[in-house]
Write a protein that binds this ligand. Structure first.
Ligand code: FES
Ligand SMILES: [Fe+2]
Length: 380
């Protein structure tokens, strides 16, 4: 497709003085902490997939707002999340990142034992203690819920329902039947950049022709459309160029399209950043999910997964290297510029720079962040 084939829709003009944020938003520990408290400590955070806790006792451990959390499932299939802290003398229960409990969770110190639903079921020598009641010492629970195969946790005391945070996303993405999809590949990236730079980079494709020539060849950077910013997510779609079947190393698609998709969605890729930590990229034949795990103002662990239709995965000749290599290359290009941004923003020479009219989503996201910081300041 020629550049001229793209219909460029008129855009609103940015307000005068619409600039990027001051450096402190990306470098200062107190800004980082406020964002961790207000976003990661209050919102529903995407922690993985039900597939990872499918069998009762299967677990993953996640670090969230400085806390270690165990996510597992009980015999009734319900997903549970707990602080990784023994109720006896506080010992960290589980030191592995993933695995399977043998029907219960046992503390390595004095063998207090908990059911997969968190109940204390064994406490050696505590029977001798007057007034001790096991039911008073379940594992400290964290809220957990599931959207279409994605597991979410929330560490706040009384969170609103997950559905409220997701807004109209569940109905928008029903056709992808995400719960049915299965993991094909996972790469964990350690990105030396602030978590917001990764979200912002994900939501603009002005950089695509320059940074991702391979991507731009398959999907024109000005194609598609963004939605205005929502309180809990932002995103939009891009269109595949004529003759391109999916985002892969050569633009062909060796897999069947996902079974629920209509003609239109087979020609598009949807990119949604679901705050605070999930980047959901829906392709005609696969789903890519990034989850972001900030650990410092200038460092974010970024787990990237590719999920496929189980029928395709089961094929003896299944090979997803075309999709994985394509996005691994693109991911590395992205994280590379995020790290360069972080480095430049950390310089004393940095001053906020002007946004173009095509960076309106980023500006809206920044305004949300600024509001959050001012609200938190008022709370003090
Ligand atoms: S600290 Fe866990 S059993 Fe003692
Ligand atoms: Fe990019």
């Amino acid at each position: 497709m020629q550049e001229t084939d793209i219909v460029v829709k008129p855009r609103g003009v940015m307000p005068q003085g619409a600039t990027t944020l001051p450096a402190a938003y990306y470098t200062a520990p107190d800004y980082f902490q406020r964002e961790m408290d207000a976003f990661f400590g209050r919102m529903w955070v995407c922690a993985g997939r039900t597939e990872q806790v499918q069998v009762p006792g299967q677990f993953v451990v996640r670090e969230l707002v400085g806390e270690s959390l165990i996510i597992t499932s009980a015999a009734d299939g319900r997903v549970h999340a707990f602080y990784n802290v023994c109720r006896h003398r506080g010992t960290k229960l589980c030191t592995e990142e993933a695995g399977a409990f043998p029907g219960s969770i046992q503390c390595p110190y004095h063998a207090w034992t908990y059911g997969l639903d968190g109940r204390l079921i064994g406490a050696p020598h505590m029977d001798e203690v007057p007034h001790f009641r096991r039911e008073d010492y379940p594992l400290h629970r964290v809220h957990a819920d599931v959207w279409d195969g994605h597991v979410f946790v929330n560490t706040s005391a009384n969170p609103p329902p997950l559905r409220e945070q997701l807004g109209d996303l569940p109905s928008k993405f029903t056709s992808w039947r995400m719960a049915d999809l299965q993991l094909g590949h996972r790469i964990v990236y350690d990105v030396r950049a602030n978590w917001k730079l990764i979200i912002q980079n994900y939501n603009e494709c002005l950089h695509c022709p320059n940074l991702h020539p391979a991507l731009n060849k398959l999907s024109h950077y000005l194609s598609g459309e963004n939605e205005p910013l929502h309180a809990t997510y932002m995103g939009g779609r891009m269109d595949l160029r004529p003759g391109v079947a999916t985002l892969s190393t050569d633009g062909t698609c060796p897999r069947a399209f996902l079974p629920g998709l209509g003609d239109q969605d087979r020609r598009r890729v949807y990119y949604y950043a679901i705050f605070p930590n999930m980047l959901l990229s829906l392709h005609p034949d696969y789903m890519m999910v990034h989850t972001l795990w900030p650990i410092a103002p200038d460092r974010t662990i970024n787990i990237c997964e590719w999920h496929f239709d189980p029928q395709e995965l089961a094929r003896p000749d299944f090979d997803a290297s075309d999709a994985i290599d394509f996005w691994d290359l693109t991911n590395r290009q992205d994280w590379g510029v995020c790290e360069l941004s972080q480095a430049g923003i950390s310089s004393r020479a940095y001053t906020p720079g002007p946004y173009s009219n095509r960076e309106d989503l980023l500006y809206a996201f920044d305004r949300m962040i600024v509001n959050l910081h001012s609200l938190k300041n008022e709370e003090r």
